[in-house]
Design a protein around this ligand. Structure first.
Ligand code: 5GP
Length: 190
């Protein structure tokens, strides 16, 4: 069982499939209130403002930071800024909803400072080899870039003990069901 079903943070290494698990939850578990982050990155084809992200200009994001409206925020992959809107998350928790944040490790650490009794879940790859395969598999990166990504992945994997629970992403549906039960909800019967 989770520490506090009200707020759950899902984080984990790059390329472990956090986005896939949270998309599965968005599509299959309407009882989970999945936080919609603000970001400065451009929308990808098919992404809708207010559904996948709140797409912001750099100036708009600066204002959110200056006004203290973000519970956490980080520059992810050295490029764009991403952050969690404090007021909407607090309102959802106050309404008794089961809130899920899918954020990067830097963000998870900030939430741990701000809300230490939230429930922190680490999404891990099934094996190191599988992680290597996912990271370098596309074959589009140079050997140096591949090496850099693997070094980052090692550092990210070392963060696991900071979390309350680990869910292995061996299968998206199974991992999502386990996450939902860690949130104190009942996984769907199939
Ligand atoms: P993408 O650009 O592929 O949608 O997301 C890239 C990364 O940003 C993912 O690792 C995701 O976890 C992270 N991310 C998304 N929203 C937030 C947020 O609100 N805060 C933080 N710190 N990271 C986020």
């Amino acid at each position: 069982m989770s520490k506090k079903p009200g707020l759950t943070v899902l984080a984990g290494p790059t390329a472990v499939g956090k986005g896939t698990v949270s998309t599965y939850i968005r599509d299959n578990y309407p009882e989970v209130w999945l936080s919609v982050s603000a970001t400065t990155r451009a929308a990808r084809p098919g992404e809708q403002d207010g559904v996948h992200y709140f797409f912001k200009t750099a100036e708009e994001f600066d204002s959110l930071v200056a006004d203290g409206e973000l519970l956490e925020w980080a520059v992810v992959h050295g490029q764009n800024r991403y952050g969690t809107l404090r007021s909407t998350v607090n309102a959802a928790i106050a309404e008794g909803k089961s809130v899920l944040l899918e954020i990067d490790l830097q963000g998870a650490r900030q939430v741990k400072e701000a809300v230490p009794d939230a429930n922190f879940v680490f999404l891990a790859p099934p094996t190191w080899d599988e992680m290597v395969r996912r990271l370098v598999g596309r074959g589009t990166e140079t050997p140096e870039e591949q090496q850099r990504r693997l070094e980052t992945a090692k550092l990210e994997l070392a963060a696991e003990p900071e979390f309350d629970h680990t869910v292995i992403n061996d299968d998206v549906r199974r991992a999502a069901d386990e996450l939902v039960s860690l949130m104190g909800l009942t996984p769907h019967q199939r």
